[in-house]
Design a protein around this ligand. Structure first.
Ligand SMILES: Nc1ncnc2c1ncn2[C@@H]1O[C@H](COP(=O)(O)OP(=O)(O)OP(=O)(O)O)[C@@H](O)[C@H]1O
Ligand SMILES: [Mg+2]
Length: 246
């Protein structure tokens, strides 16, 4: 039997608003597995905590509970919920990619350099990285006249293509995708779907959230449904925890 690249047990995330003394529940009791060459799709209503799971894996957010067991390319098992910052940075550079819904970029950096960046941090020469970036941008239909300017002022759909190109160019072992086709026209969305199918064939493991249920159905090898946290249950649990601490 195949072993998963990623196995999450009992993941939870809540946010503490210190100034208001409140806890906001997000994801709770999330269990899932992701395999090489397969796509696991996360579904659930808005606010169920889908994006928070991806951010927990990438450690944009520090998980509140649970294990995020990742098997790295040397076969070593690492709990991403506990890993130190240095290890996380190394995994982000070398193995784990994240296509977030919103692109963050520096205003003075050209699109080509933004997309080439993940390859440059892996030690590839700027020239070779930029040539691969150009290939990916062409595959995603981004007009060449935009390549030399910064994506800061691009339209939503243009930014999303840059974001996708940057996530896909380095072919990570594990790719996290948060609504990657949400603001694309149907032709470009179809190209992205083709690329996702292609990298799946090459063995990339993906955990993805799709805007359209049809895409979940088409691309998902496994589907994991998240339910919105019940405020009452969560509040009781939090109260218990607080009592235990007090
Ligand atoms: N940084 C944060 N601070 C406070 N609350 C947050 C933060 N990030 C997320 N939340 C809350 O956590 C809950 C889950 O958010 P999340 O973005 O994970 O949902 P989602 O399932 O991705 O929803 P959507 O389908 O709308 O994208 C929401 O109630 C949200 O307000
Ligand atoms: Mg979301």
């Amino acid at each position: 039997m195949q072993t998963p690249i990623l196995k999450i047990n009992g993941f939870a995330k809540h946010f503490t608003l210190h100034e208001q003394g409140k806890k906001i529940p997000s994801s709770h009791n999330v269990n899932l597995e992701v395999y090489a060459g397969e796509l696991t799709a996360l579904i659930g209503p808005t606010g169920a905590g889908k994006s928070s799971v991806l951010k927990g894996i990438y450690r944009t957010y520090l998980p509140s509970a649970g294990e995020i067991l990742y098997r790295d390319r040397h076969g070593e098992l690492v709990d991403l919920a506990q890993a130190d910052e240095y290890r996380m940075l190394q995994l982000r550079h070398e193995e784990i990619g994240f296509v977030t819904q919103f692109l963050f970029c520096l205003p003075r950096q050209s699109t080509l350099d933004v997309v080439a960046h993940p390859l440059v941090v892996r030690g590839e020469s700027r020239e070779s990285a930029r040539s691969k970036a150009a290939e990916m941008l062409a595959a995603l239909n981004l007009p060449e006249r935009l390549w030399s300017i910064s994506p800061a002022t691009f339209s939503g759909g243009e930014k999303q293509r840059v974001n996708l190109a940057r996530g896909l160019v380095a072919k990570p072992r594990l790719l996290l995708l948060d609504e990657p086709t949400a603001s694309l026209d149907p032709v470009t969305a179809e190209r992205v779907i083709g690329i996702i199918e292609g990298i799946k064939q090459e063995g990339v493991a993906m955990l993805a959230i799709f805007h359209h249920p049809e895409l979940t159905h088409r691309l998902g090898d496994r589907v994991v449904e998240l339910t919105p946290p019940s405020t009452l249950i969560q509040t009781q649990a939090i109260n218990k925890q607080e009592k235990a601490v007090a």
